[in-house]
Design a protein around this ligand. Structure first.
Ligand SMILES: Nc1ncnc2c1ncn2[C@@H]1O[C@H](COP(=O)(O)OP(=O)(O)O)[C@@H](O)[C@H]1O
Ligand SMILES: [Mg+2]
Length: 251
């Protein structure tokens, strides 16, 4: 189980995450829903252990062990990975090499082909180089394929369809379900309520904290009703008192 306990994170004086508490049980599909600017990608970075995103207060636990001080490399060895919202660039190497981590993953050409196809690209791309000749959307699909190739315990998909024109809900659901069928806990971050429906449990994030959590259909319905017309989606709250007030009036 992966757990965030009372996590607080500020950049300079701006509070981004506020007493955030979340639990992710093994083998389940989670969705983290929320408007833009509410702190979702920050949560992904924090779970991954990215240096700049270490919490000032609170902790990250993996199976009861405090892993807050561990960095990205150590956490990835523990089985945590993220397909980031902005895909990373690995200039020059072929897609096949990228997908197999330069041979570190024992996988055949057909394994790589299958992963790529699940992410919506044909096998022609295996010979292509991961460089500027690829569009942002193609890069992102390759990133998703690479996550499918790894056998990780926890996979975070941060806005899996961002930057991709018309990625179908079916494709996203298939990626989530394929990962989950191998026992991976999948945490999908999104601002699209229809994606939430293909999960077992949902968290709704507002102002860097959990506003509501529970069955995905309920949470998605609440989000659609309340957050669509939210007039302060990007506002970062100044105090815990204000947060309590907001939770009280909006819960
Ligand atoms: N590295 C950073 N430095 C300063 N501010 C940041 C950084 N990363 C995120 N933020 C701020 O944190 C807030 C939440 O951002 P983010 O987590 O990306 O939101 P979301 O993914 O929900 O759209 C925003 O106000 C953003 O500007
Ligand atoms: Mg984001």
């Amino acid at each position: 189980m992966l757990e965030l306990r009372n996590v607080n994170l500020s950049f300079e004086k701006k509070r981004i995450l506020n007493d955030l508490n979340m639990k992710f049980d093994d083998g389940k599909r989670y969705v983290v829903l929320g408007n833009n600017g509410t702190g979702k990608s920050t949560i992904a970075n924090l779970i991954m252990g990215v240096e700049k995103y270490k919490p000032q207060r609170g902790s990250v636990y993996l199976n009861g062990k405090n892993i807050t001080s561990l960095g990205v490399y150590e956490r990835s060895k523990l089985g945590i990975t993220v397909a980031f919202q902005e895909s990373v660039r690995f200039e020059g190497i072929t897609t096949f090499n990228y997908l197999t981590l330069g041979g570190k993953i024992k996988a055949s050409y057909s394994d790589a082909k299958r992963a790529l196809e699940l992410a919506g690209l044909n096998s022609e791309y295996l010979k292509r180089r991961v460089d500027d000749s690829l569009s942002g959307g193609e890069r992102k699909r390759i990133e998703l394929a690479s996550v499918l190739m790894l056998k990780m315990r926890y996979v975070i998909l941060d806005e899996p369809d961002s930057g991709i024109d018309m990625m179908s809900l079916d494709t996203i659901s298939r990626i989530i379900d394929t990962l989950n069928s191998k026992g991976t806990t999948v945490i999908t971050i999104t601002h699209r309520e229809e994606i939430a429906k293909n999960s077992d449990y949902a968290y709704l994030i507002c102002s860097g904290t959990v506003l509501k959590e529970g069955p995905p259909t309920d949470i998605a319905a609440y989000y659609k009703k309340m957050c669509d017309r939210c007039d302060h989606p990007n506002e970062i709250i100044e105090s815990v008192k204000e947060l309590e007030h907001r939770k009280g009036v909006r819960a």
